[in-house]
Design a protein around this ligand. Structure first.
Ligand code: HCB
Length: 214
């Protein structure tokens, strides 16, 4: 019987070590025993959160964070290969997902897109540092049911409010749901700006999208 906790720790430690080879090795090993979603959340993301803590404490510097981020992205890619690409015959809804203008953090947002797809949603990931208007334009173009917005900095959080305001201006707010996510976002923030939901992590994003769109 494999030591699941041990394998997840190995993945997290590999991210903290900022060594891509180690991350790929640990993910490869874990993949045989653990579902990809769990490796992403309890291994890769847990490691990345720890990198954030070490960065805050001045124990790691920006170049380390960049290498760890790159290693984590490679780990997620490796897991994506084993994930079913849209298992549902009937799609559950169309979601536009992106990181708001001024913010280049895209690891969490990309994980959310990666997990929404096999859950049965049609996802249009519009990337990072995305102008507010582009969220709304893409939603119109794809006839989206929901917009997911990611913000990782207190300074870019306002972008989530602006997406909602623009939807109102365009008369689309009642038709398109809005989800907010990213480390500084909270349920209280979602309530304050009138978002339909806040998702703390990718599994919650899938659960809340299902709740709102089914
Ligand atoms: Co960055 N950075 N960074 N960074 N960075 C943060 C975010 C700080 C908190 C670190 C700190 O100072 N303590 C900080 C922000 C402070 C603040 O505003 N309060 C910060 C800063 C300041 C900066 C720069 C300005 C640094 C500089 O240049 N001096 C610069 C930003 C430039 C810019 O954007 N204009 C910068 C750059 C970088 C990189 C490039 C080195 C790298 C990003 C690489 C990339 O994303 N491609 C980076 C990273 C990696 C981080 C930390 C360490 C980790 C973020 C991360 O990937 N977490 C972060 C520290 C932290 O967050 N604790 C630090 C792991 C993922 C899995 O978690 O929260 O992103 P997540 O996503 C979750 C969740 O939030 C939710 O589900 C995801 C999956 O579970 N979710 C959604 C996310 N998006 C969603 C969307 C939805 O629709 C639904 C749910």
């Amino acid at each position: 019987m494999a030591d699941i906790e041990g394998l997840l720790h190995e993945v997290a430690d590999a991210v903290i070590s900022c060594k891509k080879e180690k991350v790929l090795e640990a993910v490869e090993k874990a993949k045989a025993e653990i579902p990809p979603e769990e490796i992403i959340e309890k291994g890769l993301s847990a490691g990345m959160n720890q990198v954030g803590v070490l960065f805050e404490r001045g124990k790691l510097f920006l170049p380390h964070v960049m290498i760890a981020a790159d290693a984590m992205t490679a780990g997620v890619k490796l897991l994506e290969e084993g994930m079913p690409a849209g298992t549902q015959e009937k799609k559950l809804g169309v979601i536009v997902n992106g990181t708001v203008e001024g913010d280049v953090h895209d690891i969490g947002k990309s994980i959310v897109s990666t997990m929404l797809q096999p859950a049965g949603f049609e996802v249009h990931d519009i990337g990072r540092d995305v102008p507010i208007r582009s969220f709304v334009e893409k939603a119109k173009e794809t006839d989206a049911d929901m917009i997911g917005t990611s913000a990782l900095m207190t300074t870019t959080l306002q972008g989530q409010r602006e997406v909602i305001e623009l939807l109102k201006e365009e008369g689309l707010r009642s038709r398109i749901k809005v989800m907010v996510g990213g480390a500084p976002a909270t349920q209280a923030w979602a309530d304050k700006i009138g978002a339909d939901c806040y998702a703390e992590n990718a599994s919650e994003a899938v659960a809340k999208a299902k709740e709102l769109l089914l």
